[in-house]
Ligand binder design. Structure first.
Ligand SMILES: Cc1cc2nc3c(=O)[nH]c(=O)nc-3n(C[C@H](O)[C@H](O)[C@H](O)COP(=O)(O)OP(=O)(O)OC[C@H]3O[C@@H](n4cnc5c(N)ncnc54)[C@H](O)[C@@H]3O)c2cc1C
Length: 380
């Protein structure tokens, strides 16, 4: 395994950091305080090519490899972009658009991908339900075939981009008698009769991403909106786990690098007891712990990207280890970043409390830490 990034990859990462610092970061605080989605930054990400980095050029994508895509996400976090915007980007590009690309028809790809990649349309992915979270196979949302249509009934919850999505990739049971094998994937467009998103949920963090319920009430969609094969939906959803454990985690790892650098810089400037607080061993050890975390987390997510680039199936054990490590083990370092800033760390202006709040989603979204431990112990 070659641990060296190519010159192109290093340059590209720098370019994304430069873009994000100039175009997105100055707008973060305002949107975070208001809890509003930043449509303008999202469109700028589309113009820059970030929303479709790994898709083929014929759809407006950048044809980048997986590692480069991961580096772009990491760069956003490192530049100081909030976890809400990067979560919205992840749900849009990897959970929605990528599934349409991998399993949709040519007509689906031609219709949806160019608009999703440019940012003209926003995508979301609806899997979780009020009574089916970790146990997703027990979902109740139903898609009954009726001639040339499917009729969807049920609801979803905690859906990132739910209130603002134009394209909804939704999972529903085509065979309610079955568990995993009964689930299929569908595309529902905003404005379809019988579909309505709920109001944005008030959350602890990732505040600029809009999260809501989705309601399907005799929602009739053309049978052509089935993505892939009936009964394969669960397996398509599980494929997105590879992106979840690499590209979706990358901005978070980048955010931790940002927090570490800010903390180190702050510690050298903040004087207490006539010396910079960086002179105290308690501060030094906190910075060292942050470095250890970011290095290990980065290696784990790069490894998954590398496997994907080699065309190797991502090992479920490694994916679960990466998810658990990044989610659970970040609590100490992200708390330390806040503590190094003292009272300022608790205030909005320095951004540390936002990173702390945003980071608390990592052990929950996309599979909780308990579920990762369940997978790890089972596979061992
Ligand atoms: C901000 C946010 C954004 C999200 N975005 C999306 C999205 O875009 N699309 C989407 O479909 N979903 C999304 N989710 C949903 C997310 O994936 C689920 O919240 C997550 O999978 C956990 O499901 P749950 O909330 O129902 O918790 P539950 O499954 O009810 O779990 C509750 C507790 O029980 C524990 N537990 C459950 N089963 C077991 C077990 N077998 N062994 C040990 N412990 C167990 C869990 O670890 C947890 O501590 C989002 C959630 C949030 C908060």
């Amino acid at each position: 395994m070659d641990f060296e990034l190519t010159k192109m990859q290093r340059m590209f990462k720098k370019e994304v950091i430069r873009f994000a610092k100039k175009e997105i970061v100055p707008r973060v605080q305002e949107h975070e305080i208001k809890g509003e989605f930043d449509f303008e930054s999202f469109r700028k990400m589309g113009d820059f090519g970030l929303l479709g980095l790994h898709f083929p050029e014929e759809f407006g994508g950048g044809a980048a490899d997986v590692l480069t895509t991961v580096l772009a996400g990491e760069a956003l976090g490192e530049a100081g972009v909030d976890g809400g915007l990067t979560l919205a980007y992840g749900a849009h590009s990897f959970l929605c658009a990528d599934t349409i690309f991998c399993h949709g028809t040519d007509a689906h790809r031609k219709k949806y991908l160019p608009r999703l990649i440019s940012g003209e349309w926003i995508g979301c992915m609806g899997l979780t339900e009020p009574d089916a979270g970790s146990d997703v196979a027990s979902m109740k949302t139903n898609a009954a075939r009726d001639g040339d249509h499917y009729v969807l009934n049920g609801s979803k919850i905690f859906i990132t981009n739910g209130p603002i999505a134009d394209v909804i990739l939704v999972y529903a049971k085509t065979n309610p008698e079955q568990q995993h094998e009964g689930i299929s994937a569908f595309i529902v467009e905003k404005g379809t009769k019988g579909f309505s998103p709920g109001a944005p949920l008030k959350k602890m963090g990732v505040k600029t991403s809009q999260t809501s319920e989705l309601f399907f009430n005799n929602c009739r969609i053309p049978a052509d909106n089935l993505v892939g094969q009936e009964g394969m939906g669960f397996f398509y959803a599980m494929q997105t786990v590879e992106w979840d454990r690499s590209a979706l985690m990358a901005p978070f790892v980048g955010g931790m690098t940002y927090a570490m650098r800010q903390s180190a810089a702050y510690a050298t400037k903040r004087i207490q007891f006539n010396r910079p607080i960086s002179h105290f061993q308690a501060t030094k050890y906190k910075i060292a712990d942050m470095k250890i975390f970011t290095e290990a987390a980065r290696s784990l997510i790069y490894r998954i990207a590398w496997c994907k680039d080699q065309g190797q199936p991502v090992n479920h054990l490694e994916a679960a280890v990466a998810k658990l490590f990044v989610g659970d083990w970040s609590l100490g370092p992200v708390n330390d970043a806040m503590l190094i800033h003292g009272g300022y760390g608790y205030c909005h202006e320095y951004g540390m409390e936002m990173i702390f709040r945003d980071s608390r989603l990592a052990p929950i979204g996309g599979g909780t830490s308990d579920i990762q431990k369940k997978i790890i112990s089972k596979l061992m």
